[in-house]
Design a protein around this ligand. Structure first.
Ligand SMILES: [Zn+2]
Length: 114
């Protein structure tokens, strides 16, 4: 698990763009990659969006509620599969677990009652 911000997404955009489009013969894609690299290691996320033409590469989207938020926690589920979850969804999940525990403690498996 690690915390993710929109800035962190922007910082990774150039490298990810290069990975996706490095073998592309589509010249504009390569030129955009060079423009992204020219922004440096800590680019303004809005500038990244401007070059790419949308906010998809910097959006910090919660995979549960689909909202774009400033902070998420990223879960590495199976090495290459990552899910980001926002604070509101984590709080909601924690509340659901607590409420479930209050209503039906006998239904909670022993290993989860510690
Ligand atoms: Zn959420």
């Amino acid at each position: 698990m690690k915390v993710i911000t929109r800035q962190m997404r922007a910082n990774e955009a150039a490298a990810k763009w290069q990975m996706v489009w490095e073998r592309s013969l589509m010249t504009p894609m390569q030129q955009w990659g060079k423009k992204l690299l020219a922004l440096g290691p800590n680019p303004d996320p809005d500038k990244v969006d401007e070059i790419i033409g949308n906010g998809n590469w910097t959006a910090n989207t919660c995979h549960v509620c689909r909202r774009n938020v400033e902070l998420t926690i990223e879960f590495d589920v199976n090495h290459n599969i990552r899910y980001r979850v926002c604070t509101a969804c984590i709080v909601r999940a924690r509340r659901m677990l607590a409420d479930f525990g209050k209503k039906a403690p006998e239904a909670i498996p022993q290993e989860n009652q510690k």
